[in-house]
Design a protein around this ligand. Structure first.
Ligand SMILES: [Zn+2]
Length: 539
């Protein structure tokens, strides 16, 4: 069914452009006309029609940075995000073990360690007391740190003599033995020693994550998982299988993780340059990790963390190494997406990008991911460069309680400064970084507006001057995502000529209090003019 008239809706066509009693015409997967219900019914009333029953319709959501494969895998892991103490952790794991009788690796995820003894992940001794007969890995909520029991350390081949990889760290006891805590790419030491999944199981995992996303109205994602199993060839063929099988999945903008020149060369040989592909699977920038996370206190800061005189976090690459990577990227036709969380990492990224810019590296087509801790003068620098940023408004809801405690008042003051950044000229797109934060884009929109957590705290919002108004927040999760992937000429809004990717909502967000926006339900999701999710048969 290619041509259809969708009518009787409250339509958000673009930024600050809403129309009540609206209709729109879809032909061959694209919007070809929008306007008043009666005039479109008059003109096109003979075509097949869908009555949207007065509901609100907006462009499908675009999550600019998440990890599709990890999201799918986490569906099978134990979720520890609600654990608040060591005893709760123990109870939860013991209960979970009752139903697990294989000797396979046990995976638990999304642990917040702030409430555990010492505000740290448990060490191997604690974990061995829980499970000593099979490997267990617990990943911190940010995925930048993990705790392993002795069996898992064995499986990862990590012992007293193991050196940490360049962009990672192995936690150790005073005598040098590993304590079970791994940071950043040291976590890959375990993954490297696991049998690689069968191609069909990779596809299955991607499909299960895709279903979840489409059910939340997400029709496009920027995804960083090409290297999730250290087999980009396998991952690429899994993406291609999705397309071949005609599975439903969000349009993919691949953020292609690399740590070395060799990996860039591999991508180059395999025709993965930025811009290759089409609107179902588009090869995007090289994804480069420059520091860790705030929660794990590995984000690289210009001042030491408040709890220590010597911990400045981990800068994973020197400025010169980064310049080298960016120069090579430019040479082969790649842009870059650099992970920066701390202000020191931000300095390094901006310096390197500007220097590589002199050799042809495209700053304006590249982006920074996260950009949380910043100093005032950095905000202006980002604005002057019209920098593209993939930010996570939901991080404010999670982090506000410990930002000042970790980085001090000075550095906290101009951090997570979304409104200032937009005002100064940066281009911000919204994302969840799922599975780190929940995928619901309406939660992302809500937190960008309220800057509060689930308990509506703090009362006025954290740094209320940085709150966004509704339409701006909506743009973060629709058109801005298309803007930073360079696809705004065919998606992001619902204007004639654009792809008919849209979402039907239970309520009009303009009439719902800001703190209830995330309660709005997605009634149906359409992609390319076809229904890919519905909570009922009616729409
Ligand atoms: Zn991420």
């Amino acid at each position: 069914m290619n041509n259809r008239l969708f009518y009787n809706c409250n339509l958000r066509k673009a930024y600050n452009d809403w129309e009540e009693d609206a209709a729109f015409l879809v032909k061959n997967g694209r919007v070809v006309a929008t306007g008043n219900k009666s005039s479109l019914l008059g003109e096109w009333g003979d075509l097949p029609k869908v009555d949207l029953k007065g509901k609100t319709v907006t462009a499908g959501f675009n999550d600019s940075h998440l990890h599709l494969y990890q999201l799918g895998k986490d569906i099978q892991a134990l979720d520890l995000s609600d654990v608040n103490s060591l005893s709760e952790l123990k109870t939860k794991i013991v209960k979970w073990l009752e139903n697990k009788d294989s000797d396979k690796l046990l995976r638990a995820v999304r642990l917040h360690d702030q409430n555990l003894p010492g505000g740290r992940l448990p060490d191997r001794k604690v974990l061995d007391n829980l499970v000593d007969d099979r490997p267990l890995i617990i990943t911190r909520a940010c995925y930048h740190a993990a705790a392993l029991n002795s069996k898992a350390l064995e499986l990862a081949n990590i012992n007293k003599n193991t050196e940490a990889p360049e962009s990672g760290r192995i936690g150790r006891y005073k005598d040098g033995r590993p304590d079970g805590r791994l940071y950043d790419s040291a976590i890959d030491l375990l993954e490297d020693n696991l049998p690689k999944p069968e191609p069909e199981s990779v596809v299955k995992t991607l499909v299960s994550a895709s279903k979840k996303l489409l059910a939340q109205g997400i029709t496009s994602v920027g995804t960083d998982d090409l290297n999730a199993i250290n087999r980009p060839d396998l991952m690429l063929s899994a993406y291609n299988k999705l397309i071949e099988n005609r599975d439903s999945f969000p349009r993919l903008w691949l953020q292609q993780r690399v740590n070395s020149l060799k990996e860039i060369e591999w991508l180059n040989k395999n025709n993965c340059q930025t811009g290759q592909g089409d609107y179902w699977k588009l090869h995007g920038p090289l994804k480069i990790m420059l520091d860790g996370s705030l929660g794990a206190r590995t984000a690289a800061l210009s001042k030491p963390y408040s709890s220590s005189n010597s911990n400045y976090g981990d800068l994973l690459l020197t400025e010169n190494k980064l310049i080298n990577l960016l120069n090579t990227a430019a040479e082969y036709g790649f842009t870059a997406a650099i992970h920066v969380i701390g202000d020191k990492a931000l300095d390094t990224a901006l310096n390197a990008m500007e220097k590589a810019g002199e050799n042809g590296f495209e700053i304006n087509e590249s982006l920074l991911i996260h950009c949380q801790i910043s100093r005032k003068e950095q905000l202006s620098r980002l604005g002057d460069l019209n920098m593209n940023l993939a930010i996570q408004p939901a991080f404010v809801a999670t982090d506000w309680k410990f930002v000042e405690k970790y980085v001090g008042k000075d550095l906290a003051r101009d951090s997570y400064a979304w409104k200032s950044l937009i005002d100064k000229g940066a281009c911000l797109a919204g994302s969840s970084d799922a599975p780190i934060e929940p995928i619901n884009p309406l939660w992302g929109i809500q937190t960008a507006i309220t800057r509060q957590d689930k308990d509506n705290k703090p009362a006025a919002g954290w740094r209320p001057d940085e709150k966004l108004e509704l339409d701006m927040a909506w743009d973060l999760f629709t058109s801005a995502g298309a803007m930073i992937s360079g696809e705004n000429n065919y998606k992001g809004d619902l204007k004639p000529g654009q792809l008919a990717d849209f979402v039907v909502l239970s309520d009009n967000p303009n009439k719902v209090p800001a703190e209830n926006i995330s309660d709005i339900k997605v009634t149906a999701t359409y992609q390319h003019g076809e229904k890919v999710y519905s909570d009922s048969e009616s729409i």
